[in-house]
Design a protein around this ligand. Structure first.
Ligand SMILES: [Zn+2]
Length: 116
């Protein structure tokens, strides 16, 4: 991979990471604000806990993506970025531009999805 490409992917990863941090801190803030309401008003428990669960599940997904971004940045530093972790083939540039943190090529990703 050329250096200019590496820099471009690194920027994509860091931009996404920043975005995630910003939305994560908003989610944590909102869910903290919901907490006292849940404790005080048992009558509205169902609705409140649904909202809280939704927020927590969203932050889980985003946390997982943050981990993937960090791993992608490590692969970039180690010169292994853009190589599928499963089959060792190159991940397509189109896929890397859309999902620069992905560790898998499209074929392996589909295999994983089918196996689940
Ligand atoms: Zn693969």
């Amino acid at each position: 991979m050329e250096k200019s490409e590496k820099i471009r992917y690194e920027k994509l990863l860091l931009d996404r990471k920043k975005e995630l941090f910003e939305s994560l801190s908003e989610i944590v803030q909102t869910s903290r604000e919901l907490d006292p309401g849940i404790a005080q008003d048992i009558g509205d428990k169902a609705e409140s806990s649904y909202t809280k669960e939704f927020l927590l599940s969203l932050s889980d997904t985003e946390r997982r993506q943050l981990v993937m971004i960090d791993e992608a940045l490590k692969r970039l530093a180690a010169g292994r970025f853009g190589v599928c972790e499963d089959c060792g083939k190159e991940v397509s540039k189109k896929r890397l531009s859309a999902l620069p943190w992905t560790p898998l090529c499209i074929e392996c990703r589909q295999k994983h999805e089918a196996a689940q």
